[in-house]
Design a binder for this molecule. Structure first.
Ligand SMILES: Cc1ncc(COP(=O)(O)OP(=O)(O)O)c(N)n1
Ligand SMILES: Cc1ncsc1CCOP(=O)(O)O
Ligand SMILES: [Mg+2]
Length: 229
């Protein structure tokens, strides 16, 4: 677990429409993990607490096998319950309407990974950084079939967000054709639903995304290379 670098790479997010039952969810996530993930997020908007607990618990154990953190979307109570069971690899993602980040930080402790949605707004990123966020998520950058009405954001924002000193996640329509653009603009984490889970051979899809990323080093590495080389 400790050697895993969660701050760079593909950040896969589950979708209950694309992975409609336990078997498809667990199998799809295992394939994605085999392809190489920085982070996996469990995103399920249902009110079915029994299902959510069962699925999140199994995904936690699966992620542990691969040394990858599991991020719970929206639900601090679920994340807390898993951490209290001893799953130190569980984190949380909070949007602007999902509760106070500072309170979640207090409850989950200093070690938990907590991400924050900042849409296209640097002032939200500043607030989230001050409240104890571990990473800042920006977007949507491209058209998204998963969340078409998410507020749009401009890629130039990612460069401006470097000063917060936290990993930047890009989300919204990220896929094979544009992942390099989000990386080049500064995103360390490339968050995808459809590009990972929206087709056959999930492992191959993640491997292809990783190959695109390896051809496009992080912005800071490029700048450092230019200044030293
Ligand atoms: C990595 C990442 N970034 C943004 C979001 C969106 O969070 P939110 O605005 O709360 O919207 P929902 O996902 O809850 O619909 C995310 N989940 N993950
Ligand atoms: C949850 C969320 N928030 C902004 S866009 C989005 C959905 C991302 O899904 P996709 O990668 O399929 O566009
Ligand atoms: Mg949310």
């Amino acid at each position: 677990m400790s050697h895993h670098d969660w701050t760079h790479g593909v950040y896969a997010i589950t979708d209950a429409g694309l992975l409609p039952d336990d078997a498809q969810l667990f199998d799809g996530c295992e394939c994605a993990l085999r392809g190489g993930l920085a982070l996996l997020q469990y995103r399920d908007k249902s009110m079915d607490d029994v299902k959510r607990w069962r699925q999140a618990r199994t995904l936690t154990a699966l992620c542990q096998d691969y040394g990858v953190p599991l991020i719970i979307n929206d639900d601090v109570e679920l994340a807390l319950r898993l951490r209290r069971e001893g799953h130190a690899n569980v984190g949380l993602h909070l949007g602007q309407d999902d509760g106070e980040l500072s309170e979640a930080r207090q409850r989950l402790g200093g070690q938990a990974i907590i991400g924050a949605t900042c849409h296209g707004r640097l002032e939200l990123a500043e607030q989230a950084a001050k409240a104890g966020a571990s990473y800042l998520a920006f977007g949507r950058f491209f058209a998204s079939s998963t969340k078409p009405d998410a507020p749009p954001a401009n890629l130039a924002l990612l460069g401006k967000a470097a000063d917060f000193g936290l990993p930047r996640a890009a989300i919204g329509g990220i896929g094979h054709d544009n992942i390099h653009l989000a990386r080049r603009a500064g995103a360390e984490l490339l968050a995808c639903v459809h590009a990972v889970f929206g087709g056959e051979d999930i492992e191959a899809r993640v491997r292809a995304l990783n190959r695109s990323l390896s051809r496009e080093p992080p912005l800071e590495a490029t700048i450092q290379g230019l200044s030293t080389g």
